[in-house]
Write a protein of this length. Sequence first.
Lengths: 117, 389
Amino acid sequence: MESKEFIRGILKTLILRLLSQTDKMYGYEITQKVTELSKGDIKLTFGALYPILYKLESEGLLVTTTEVVDNRARKYYSLTPEGKKLAKTKVSELQRFTEIINTILGDGMKPQVSFGS
Amino acid sequence: MITDAQRNLISEYLASQGLTFQPLLDEMTDHICSEAEEMMSRQMKFEEALQLIITDLPQGHFKNIQSETMKTITNKFNLSRAFSFVAMGAVLIATIFKILMLPGAPEILMIGFAALGAALISGVLPGLTVKREEKGVIRVVAIVASIIFLLFGYAFIMMHLPGANQLKILAVLLAISAIVMNTMFVHNNSAGRGNLMTHLHEKHSPGIERFLLFLLTPVTLYKTIWMFRDGRGSVVDVILIIVIYLAGLQLISFFWRSMEKGSGKGALIAILTIVAGICLNLPMLGELVPFQARLLSVTLFSVVSAAIVYQLGDDQSKAMAFFPPVIFVVLALMRVHVLPVYSNTVINVIVIAMLIASIFIARKNEMLRTYMIVSLASFLIEYNLSVTL
């Protein structure tokens, strides 16, 4: 199994978590935040990010607003009340899962992953 | 900061890579612009930054992203989609019944109208509840209500029920009010923020276009094959009127979105959009409006819309927008006997073929494409000069 498959499984949770910590974010901002928080270990590309953003929006978990910034349209994403609830649930589920995996594998394994092409 | 020319270069590059879904194209453009700007802040040249971003991307990368994105959107089953399928099916069956001269076509078409109304309501309702922070709920409700009232108005006419005119008047008043209010809102808030109407349109416009093309295809075939045979008030003409109305509203929504993006901020575009909205609605009242006023409305809608499409368009195909006004001005002049009445099946078929071709040619310009859909549907009603508008 490749490392990116780990990320694929938790990408939805990652996005929900990031958006739960702020009012709104746009696509590039999300990729930068992920890179920054993972200290460059995880790099989200457009290919990974946008299909899932559109999916979350179509599921009613995200809402969007468009603003004109520097003469171009910028689409911001924010969580709906339903999205906020799901973010909490998903994050606690993932934390619990990580604890279990850590228990099984032991601590000290820092992943070096790059996701997307 | 990225200049307009550099942004356009990125946008054109993405379009050349097969990215046609406008919301995603805009978003990717912003993404790459942001990334390039970040690199340029580290003293890198724009050309180098862009090259670095796109280097190593596999062939068809953006097309694949688009297809994956579309799959995630379209795969989701919802009530609105189910009703849309019922509506499309009913319209198709009604047209086939009409072609085969079987009884029951009006009744089946009414089922289609009811399903279309249900699709609209179920498609818009989640947007009204989820997008609470956006403004314009009343305007959206007014537009949806106007479409439903118009559908019922025509259904009542086909069933010879009383109240059809009242429904049509209500529909037109609601639609004109909503168009005027939303145009003013967009004009005064050109930052493109907080408008529920344009947000919902951005989300649903590809589906609306597929729906319109689905309705238009069988009736175009029917009208082309059975030229000169049908009179007014037929099932097929009612379908065409609904296509004109829905496509006309879709076109006006594209004008709003373009105004929001900043390419049509001027007061003139706003005024012309309102004029187009009024001219789209008045003919829907049928004989309640004098013939000359309806004729003027149809012609003016064509001319004004062409001017806006040309003004807001950013590709070479936009010049095609001036083809329909020529047709409709000539037809109008024939109807008021300024020009001698001349109708020739071969010429009519050629015009229809040219309008169909223009819909395909304008595949990268959704505003122009929608305008051509309205023009084709209008011509299919109007070409027969023996028919009174």
